[in-house]
Design a protein around this ligand. Sequence first.
Ligand SMILES: Cc1cc2nc3c(=O)[nH]c(=O)nc-3n(C[C@H](O)[C@H](O)[C@H](O)COP(=O)(O)OP(=O)(O)OC[C@H]3O[C@@H](n4cnc5c(N)ncnc54)[C@H](O)[C@@H]3O)c2cc1C
Length: 403
Amino acid sequence: MIDLPLKELPTAVVVGASHAGSQLAVHLRKSGWQGRIVLIGDENFLPYHRPPLSKAVMSGSKDAESIQLRPATLYESNQIELKLGVKVTALLRDSQQVECSDGERIRYDRLALCTGAHAIRLPLGQGLRGVFYLRTLKDVLAIRAHLSEVKQAVIVGAGYIGLEAAAVLRGMDIDVTVLERAERVLQRVTGEQVSGYFSELHKMHGVDICCGANVTSINGEHSVDSVRCADGSIFPAQLVIIGVGVVPEIQLAKDAGLVINNGIEVDEYGLTSDKNIFAAGDCCSHPAHLYHRRLRLESVQNANDQSRAVAVNMIALTEKYQAVPWFWSDQFDIKLQSAGLSQDFDRTEMEGSLNPADRSGFIVRYFKEGKMIAADCVNRPKDFMAIKTELASQLVQADRLSG
Ligand SMILES: Cc1cc2nc3c(=O)[nH]c(=O)nc-3n(C[C@H](O)[C@H](O)[C@H](O)COP(=O)(O)OP(=O)(O)OC[C@H]3O[C@@H](n4cnc5c(N)ncnc54)[C@H](O)[C@@H]3O)c2cc1C
């Protein structure tokens, strides 16, 4: 760092200490930022990997410490000041300061918003013991502490997180019912073949999957005892996990008058409508040439890759962020890996077996106007890597065409 009193040093403040924020702070130092870096997060843990929450942490095969993104010493050795358990309550853009819940105001030269997303809350079952959301380590530790009382569980929502939680609970010999309002599981993120496969996989393991189920109440006196649907069906449960999606955390940005457009709007450099404020990760949407539209992604790949580019751009605007989106999900002993985005496909090609008992897996490739736009691979890691490379070469072409 430059040898100047703390107050006079150029200062980069990063709000949100998770995948995007932690990566951004570390990469900013690696990229040559010589001033202060202050990383502020409102959770009380060192930045941690979120994906294991619905997998190994929930099952108990990993503990909180083993999912840390980086050891505490790495932040120290990179002279990154970590302020944990502290919420940024306001952005004061005129004076270039952030206001923190501990009363401190910190001046910034460059600010990065990595505020992520939070679980959508339903107006059901509030205050009942045994009703949980699944976004943070605190949520999962609370679920784990409750598990000894559970024989029957209901998962509301059959997205990735709901299905991963269902698989873990079933592995603990708990009776699990998944209630999904849509006509099929994973409807928002994949095509019918993959949805059908995961329904069958869960049924094969004894999970009760109910689609077209509209949950109207979550009942109990002090603790939850049942969930009721619009058609009158009642499902007994001592544990309910609600996983019906997330919304980007935009309040700070919105209150400060930044442009919002499906999350905080950023350009290809990760710059918001304020030239000193950047954003990365789940909280923002960016222009994606490959898809000819803006995207707001909810994945570790996007949080990591975008925040690396933004770290460079906080020093000088040189790195446009364009990447092939990819994602994975682990359910029972199955690994799904997806590359690209399959929405709007007009044709699919299928290779392998959709029978869940056949562990050799399959690939579904999605095409639009003759061009592959995405693929879902089950237990096919080598094919997944090859497909990712193919999509990346399309991206380079699309980038060239966009100038
Ligand atoms: C259970 C679960 C399983 C998942 N599994 C996968 C998977 O298998 N593969 C995959 O690719 N992705 C997975 N994801 C998604 C992935 O974890 C997210 O895309 C990723 O965490 C996004 O990182 P982020 O840093 O942008 O946001 P977040 O991880 O949401 O972090 C934002 C942080 O900012 C903090 N914050 C917000 N506002 C403020 C404020 N005002 N002041 C201070 N701090 C603030 C939040 O508390 C949070 O700690 C999973 C997510 C969950 C919840």
